[in-house]
Design a protein around this ligand. Structure first.
Ligand code: API
Length: 284
């Protein structure tokens, strides 16, 4: 399945025997491989849950397990609704980053083509990103440029949506050095668990252009948690307003994000698409 081109191989843990724990990182890397596997940004497991209606586990293409995945949440929502694992259009999903609420929107054929996810409250304390450094409250941070980051001073805002994000403001997303600055920030010592890296430019009060270098997967077409982090960072830096429905233009398409001042929750709305189903022969 894919959400705005951010594709994962989804395994239905209600039907399949999930391989043993230690084999999951390698399985993620294996199935994600375009040439010797299937080809995706990673692996997502759809599982029963004791805490919510269903549970989602996310593995990046490098095998690392992530605590949240916005595009994944929309596709898991579509899948569990259409497979009748949930009784209503509104249900909860357990992730390592917390429990979120999902609402599927049906098209004229009764398919769940769009999904709204209440992504919960963003985490803005340094220790919750997590990010090293002094002071608890996050304000705009300057990362010291070195010669291998073309010697330019970059500023970014760090936000957690259950997973870490460093959001950079650039004049033009098309000219951003995503493939050079992205991996350097992803692995910067500042972030003990690494980080996803977003590059955004503010088009106007309700639109943001967006590119992303994902932790553990590299350049992807879209990052749902990253789009949420982008809007949070834009509000914190007074470039857009809370409660406004902000359209984030990602490479793979648009997401609508709103940070509500009523409950401080972040809402994400966007598409979810089933590409194909099949059987994968695990080596050995
Ligand atoms: N690479 C992310 C996980 C996938 C997030 C992204 N695909 C999304 O849609 O939010 C991380 O390691 O935190």
């Amino acid at each position: 399945m894919q959400g705005l081109g951010n594709s994962y191989i989804y395994v239905d843990g209600f039907k399949e025997n999930i391989p043993n724990e230690e084999s999951l990182p390698n399985l993620a890397t294996e199935v994600a491989n375009l040439h010797t596997g299937i080809g995706s940004d990673g692996l997502i497991l759809i599982l029963p849950s004791n805490l919510a209606d269903v549970r989602m586990r996310v593995f990046n293409s490098d095998g690392s397990e992530a605590k949240n995945c916005g595009n994944g949440l929309r596709c898991v929502s579509k899948y569990v609704f259409e497979h009748q694992y949930v009784e209503h259009k509104h249900f909860s999903i357990e992730t390592l980053g917390g429990i979120v609420e999902s609402l599927v929107h049906l098209d004229e054929d009764g398919a769940a083509s769009e999904v709204t996810v209440d992504m919960g409250v963003p985490r803005l304390k340094r220790k919750d990103v997590p990010m090293h450094g002094e002071g608890d409250e996050l304000e705009e941070h300057v990362i010291d440029a070195t010669e291998h980051i073309d010697g330019v001073d970059y500023t970014f805002t760090a936000v957690s949506m259950g997973n870490p994000h460093a959001v950079f403001f650039v004049d033009s997303v098309g000219e951003a050095s995503v493939e050079t600055v992205g991996p350097l920030v992803e692995q910067a010592a500042l972030f003990p668990e690494g980080t996803n890296v977003e590059f955004i430019s503010i088009k106007n009060g309700t639109e943001i252009d967006f590119a992303v270098w994902e932790r553990g997967s590299g350049m992807t077409q879209a990052c749902g948690t990253g789009a949420c982090a982008a809007v949070i960072a834009a509000v914190l830096n007074k470039k857009v307003k809370k409660d406004e429905a902000i359209v984030v233009h990602l490479s793979g398409g648009d997401l609508t994000i709103r940070w509500s001042s009523k409950d401080d929750h972040v809402w994400m709305k966007g598409p979810a698409v089933t590409v194909c189903t099949g059987t994968y022969m695990i080596d050995g």
